[in-house]
Ligand binder design. Structure first.
Ligand code: C2E
Ligand code: CA
Ligand code: CA
Length: 737
């Protein structure tokens, strides 16, 4: 008896055998049969679950080498029992008898059919494991940002795993929409000498299918018409389009070629599903690469006018300010707002409005000389950076020129267009890009309120604002000492049973006259004023005290980019953790992607120190940064927090939902914990649960609460074990702040 597995385009491989008598037979690991043996056998067994061959000659011409092996003098008989799905056998369980066999003796082989079933279960379990391994490899490659070809290669290997006699080749469309096969180095049939796009190769169009298509390959088709299929000796082919969903465009084709000439039918169960999975992974890989390029452009440009957008304007402005160096060179920002644009837009419609804005953008560009940066900040607002000025008046001259150009243009058909412009000029080296832009914005409002179609220069405000910031910085320093900076705790919840998983510590500043100041306001001040180290220590110290009372709950504490980027700050924090009652592995530090982007020497060093200290690292606000997946591989993260912006869109936006579920799949395959932030509704919770998200945090469960409320909350919710929607924690008394 022997177990054979169909393999390769033509062969049958002996997996194992049990020899009862001295029947000469091929040893395990060898391939049997000549060309076409496997397809022939597979076809036979696709028709009948049991094949009885009474004489060697019944094996057909394809079995010639088998016949050679078996010639023992007597003419043996065979029973072959199908292994694998009916329509697509993956192998056979065979019995060779030392004499001719007749179909009238079923009692001699029937009991063994059940045994074949068990063998099949073991084989398919192993194949399933192999597929999971391949799938994991694909996820990793996507996460690592590997080249599309590499990922596609792995995707093809994934599809081929456990599918004897089938070959998977990915085709990628070039810029002209012509498809080229990605050389499948793993298939055993190399395409490296394959002319990727011969003259008479199939029109790319023929593969540009909106739908999956499968069927027997046209036997009459010339090799030229289907060169890859011909190379594989394919009898059937299954073509599934690779779609870039965000652009709704077919970008390639995943082709599965089958050598057994059995119909390739996606409805045939597991194997069919893996084709679809492979295709969707391939699509994700392609989409990711193209989208990164597109995102990079979209991230820096305004789609309507092609001008810089706000983000790239601000970074250009930052650079300009940094480059301006000594005070004798000035940087100016002109903030330019179209007068009465809304009326114009409402009157003539959005199409005209858009065209009008494009025209204004052109007019402005024509009035400034490089290296000026012109941006559209949004709506009808434009901004210009002027560099290398020696005099504030130079900026005024340009602003006047723009104002006049717009006034005398015909940009607004049927009416006179005008703009109001605010001008702000850098004063001190400490000037912030945002600050300068805001000053120009304020000046623009002054221009509007004093009658529009004017240029106004910002003056006094700069000093006042700077003063206010300085004062807040001084007050923060005092607050840190007096204890006015405290910590609140927001629970993180395990969706599986509704139990608490831990708390995130969030800094709170109760200002003596202004009340609570949000961290978004005082963290930057702490960073700018060199207070972030002290603030971080203060928060950690308080939080560790409180968390010392917890049992089995995690404490998450935020680290700002500045903390990670400063030499020596991290050690102080770790010392505090070590000196506390909280086990180090119960502490996780949350850092944002911006930290990782810097890649400065202190950052890398500090991350190394943190990683080896035993505290967990969690990537915060995941998804808001750029190309963040790659970092997950480079640094030893314990988990990620999916940013609130995705969670809030999860019910409404298919895109957000897709992103979250993809992040979940990738994170799971990388062994990372996922916490969804900002969960506010039952609907969001339900969607996250469906997607397999384990941890959640948000106002739905509780707002951040003061230390006094934490123990009560743990009492109430630390032990609950409940399926289904989780009851809000806050209802028990925690009041929103
Ligand atoms: P984060 O780390 O993303 O913290 C989560 C923020 O989302 C918190 O704002 C929290 O109150 C808020 N939040 C939680 N659930 C919901 C929800 O369901 N809906 C909405 N709309 N918001 C929710 P918070 O406390 O104002 O903190 C803002 C940011 O300030 C934090 O964002 C963090 O980056 C920073 N921060 C806070 N405390 C510290 C600290 O001690 N050190 C450092 N370096 N940064 C801190
Ligand atoms: Ca956080
Ligand atoms: Ca966050």
């Amino acid at each position: 008896a022997y177990l054979d597995r169909f393999q390769g385009p033509h062969h049958i491989e002996v997996v194992c055998q049990w020899r009862a008598t001295d029947v000469r037979y091929a040893p395990p690991g060898t391939s049997r049969g000549g060309p076409g043996y496997f397809p022939w056998a597979a076809r036979q067994l696709a028709r009948d679950p049991v094949l009885v061959v009474s004489k060697l000659t019944g094996l057909g011409p394809e079995a010639s080498t088998d016949v050679e092996n078996l010639r023992t003098g007597d003419d043996p008989g065979f029973v072959w029992i199908r292994v694998g799905p009916a329509r697509r056998p993956t192998g056979l369980f065979g019995l060779t008898f030392d004499g001719p066999l007749s179909t009238e003796q079923p009692e001699s082989y029937e009991p063994l059919i059940g045994f074949a079933g068990t063998m099949l279960a073991i084989v398919s379990r192993r194949e399933e494991e192999a597929r999971r391994r391949e799938q994991h490899r694909v996820f990793e490659s996507i996460a690592r940002g590997e080249a599309v070809e590499t990922v596609l290669e792995q995707v093809c290997r994934l599809r081929e795993t456990g599918s004897p006699g089938q070959f998977c080749v990915a085709w990628l469309a070039d810029d002209d929409g012509r498809l080229h096969p990605v050389d499948p180095k793993t298939s055993g049939v190399a395409l490296d000498d394959f002319d990727p796009c011969p003259q008479d190769a199939p029109e790319a169009q023929t593969y540009r299918l909106p739908e999956r298509k499968w069927g027997l390959r046209d036997a009459a088709a010339s090799d030229d018409a289907d060169p890859v299929g011909a190379r594989f000796g394919a009898g059937a082919v299954d073509l599934i389009p690779l779609v870039n969903h965000s652009r709704d465009e077919v970008v390639g084709v995943l082709a599965v070629y089958d050598t057994s000439r059995l119909p390739l039918d996606p409805g045939e169960g597991a194997v069919g599903d893996w084709t679809e999975l492979a295709a969707s992974l391939a699509s994700v890989a392609i989409e990711r690469v193209t989208d990164l390029a597109r995102l990079a452009h979209r991230a820096t440009h305004d789609s309507l006018t092609g001008l810089a957008n706000r983000e790239s304007f601000l970074s250009a402005l930052e650079r300009a300010i940094a480059d301006s160096g000594p005070v004798d060179r000035l940087v100016a920002v002109l903030y330019c707002d179209v007068d009465r644009f809304k009326e114009f837009n409402d009157r003539l419609g959005h199409a005209h409005g858009d065209r009008f804005l494009v025209a204004i953008g052109r007019l402005i560009e024509a009035q400034v000389r490089s290296p000026a940066v012109v941006a559209r900040l949004g709506g009808d607002e434009f901004a210009i950076i002027l560099e290398q000025l020696t005099d504030e008046n130079d900026a005024l001259v340009v602003a006047e020129r723009i104002r006049t150009a717009v006034r005398t243009s015909s940009a607004a058909p049927g009416s006179v267009a005008s703009v109001s412009i605010g001008v702000a000029v850098s004063g001190s080296a400490a000037e912030h890009a945002e600050g300068l832009l805001r000053d120009a914005d304020i000046a623009m409002y002054q221009a509007k309120s004093s009658g529009r179609d004017r240029v106004e220069v910002f003056a006094e405000r700069i000093r006042r604002e700077a003063h206010a910031r300085d004062r807040l910085g001084r007050e923060l320093r005092v607050a840190l000492e007096s204890g006015d900076v405290d910590v609140h705790y927001q629970p993180m919840v395990d969706l599986r049973d509704g139990r608490l998983m831990g708390f995130e510590a969030l800094a709170r500043w109760r200002h003596p006259t202004r009340g609570f100041i949000p961290p978004s306001e005082f963290i930057p001040i702490a960073e700018a004023g060199g207070l972030i180290g002290a603030l971080g220590e203060r928060v950690l110290e308080r939080a560790l005290e409180v968390a010392g009372e917890w049992d089995g709950l995690d404490l998450h504490v935020n680290l700002s980019a500045r903390q990670v980027d400063t030499v020596g700050l991290v050690e102080g924090l770790l010392d505090r953790v070590a000196a506390s009652h909280v086990p180090v592995e119960r502490v996780a530090l949350e850092i944002t992607e911006s930290v990782l982007l810097s890649e400065s020497a202190p950052t890398l060093e500090n991350l190394g120190v943190l990683a080896s200290s035993g505290v967990g690292l969690v990537l915060d606000d995941f998804g808001t940064g750029y190309a963040s997946l790659t970092y997950l591989r480079r640094f030893p993260f314990r988990g990620i927090k999916v940013d609130r912006s995705f969670v809030s869109g999860i019910e409404r936006s298919a895109d957000d939902a897709t992103i979250v579920s993809m992040v979940l799949a990738l994170a799971t395959s990388l062994g990372l914990e996922v916490i969804a932030e900002g969960v506010e509704t039952v609907g969001q919770e339900e969607r996250l649960r469906e997607m397999g998200c384990r941890y959640v945090q948000g106002f739905r469960y509780s707002v951040p609460i003061p230390a006094q409320g934490v123990a009560a909350l743990i009492d109430r919710h630390g032990q609950v074990d409940r399926k289904g929607p989780i009851e809000p924690f806050g209802s028990g008394g925690a009041a929103p702040i």
